[in-house]
Design a protein around this ligand. Sequence first.
Ligand code: ZN
Ligand code: ZN
Length: 104
Amino acid sequence: MVCSEELECVICYCVYSRSEHIPRVLHCRHTFCSVCLEKLASQRGVVRTVCCPLCRWVTCTNASLSLPGALWVNTDIWDRISEEQLEEKSLDLDLDPQKLKKHM
Ligand SMILES: [Zn+2]
Ligand SMILES: [Zn+2]
């Protein structure tokens, strides 16, 4: 079981979401939100590096890829977001709940 604490980014304490604070996994398997990862990332020539603040492992990605394209989404957390937050989010985004159900 994933405990509820893991649904928050340990850096900014924001709850993960599908639009802004997307949970992404570094190569060391630690998960942070996409906003913090953008801040952690630094580009060195053709390589973008992200140093994990928890274990200091340096994840290298291809700088020609965007960070979202280079790192995997934490699907465990992503699935939980869809269950727990989509209804609230749909109000903000002005989505038709009927369409949303068909889409899923
Ligand atoms: Zn964060
Ligand atoms: Zn790590």
